[in-house]
Design a protein around this ligand. Structure first.
Ligand code: AMP
Ligand code: MG
Length: 310
């Protein structure tokens, strides 16, 4: 506990100096910098090698802080009340008076915002007087980090501080919902689409079957382990790592369980770490068994589909 407090002090010092640090969140680890500072935000893009047209999510402590920068409406309030702090991001209109760096939003007048629930990061957010721009703490297009070690593997000594918050509880990125115009989901994630649509009026959720993924960062190859991924695999071929969610009778050194009892939450939490391990072992190919497309299974399927794109 004491160590965490002194690390938070260090974190604030770096952030006030426009440096980037890594922070734990319940979704994945983030590479954080002062969202009001062009200098800090440019550093994030440079470190991540992220294309400048791919905007960043700003992380806030609470509604009061958010209102300084963004316009909100009743749909937002309803979703906020139910899911925040938690794994959901909202695209909102920026206020004219907002101090958010234009670099984050790629000069647009909208911004994606989130309220992470991890206690360490909440403690940090409470103590600073600016939001944190924090994309996932990985080199652009690779697998997001879900532990301190994953962040070290991505950036080595380039990062001065990584706040250690243990392994990320959810293990997949946030769900992103665009609340400008008719609400629609841009990226599936930690909060499942059904529970979101339940809270949105029937008029607003008319198009709920069609989830359009239009976010720049999710349109091409993303979340990639860097080796071919085969989906809905009923068996594995020789030398192929096989990701499973249901226990098999047979033992095989190439089997990697992300859950043994078809538990989708557990599978989501273990997915990225398992992809990293498989790569470290030197496998050249991955097969993944069919994942049920319900609850967080939707987000798992979204990520492995992207991981499988060539
Ligand atoms: P990451 O920070 O790595 O989880 O990625 C954040 C995702 O949010 C990216 O896919 C961005 O394209 C998306 N995003 C951030 N800001 C906006 C915005 N203003 N409008 C639409 N998508 C956004
Ligand atoms: Mg990312």
């Amino acid at each position: 506990m004491k160590k965490n407090d002194s690390n938070i002090k260090k974190a604030i010092k770096y952030l006030n100096n426009n440096e980037c640090i890594a922070i734990p969140t319940e979704t994945v680890y983030g590479l954080a910098g002062n969202a009001y500072s062009d200098k800090a935000v440019s550093r994030i893009y440079k470190l991540k090698k992220r294309p400048s047209n791919n905007p960043l999510i700003a992380h806030y402590y609470n509604l009061k802080d958010l209102k300084k920068d963004c316009e909100i409406d009743i749909t937002f309030k309803r979703l906020y009340k139910k899911f925040c702090p938690g794994p959901i991001s909202f695209v909102l209109k920026l206020k004219k008076t907002s101090r958010i760096s234009k670099i984050i939003t790629n000069n647009s007048n909208s911004i994606a915002v989130r309220f992470p629930s991890h206690s360490l990061t909440r403690k940090l957010l409470k103590k600073i007087n600016y939001p944190l721009a924090a994309p996932s703490a990985n080199i652009s297009s690779s697998i997001s980090p879900v532990s301190k070690q994953d962040v070290i593997d991505e950036f080595g000594p380039k990062l001065k501080l990584i706040l250690d918050g243990g392994s990320s509880k959810i293990g997949l990125e946030s769900t992103i919902i665009n609340l400008i115009g008719k609400p629609h989901i841009l990226r599936l994630g930690g909060v499942n689409s059904k529970s979101i649509y339940k809270l949105i009026s029937p008029f607003e959720s008319k198009n709920k079957k069609k989830i359009k993924i239009k976010v720049p960062g999710t349109s091409k190859l993303h979340y990639s382990p860097g080796i071919p991924v085969r989906l809905n695999a009923k068996k594995n071929y020789q030398n192929e790592a096989y990701i499973l969610i249901k226990k098999r009778k047979k033992l095989d050194k190439n089997y990697f369980y992300i859950s043994k009892k078809n538990n989708l939450k557990e599978a989501a939490k273990n997915l990225y770490g398992t992809l990293r391990i498989i790569k470290k072992y030197g496998y050249k190919k991955i097969a993944i068994e069919k994942i049920p497309n319900i609850n967080i299974g939707e987000a798992i399927n979204d990520r492995i589909l992207r991981a499988s794109k060539k």
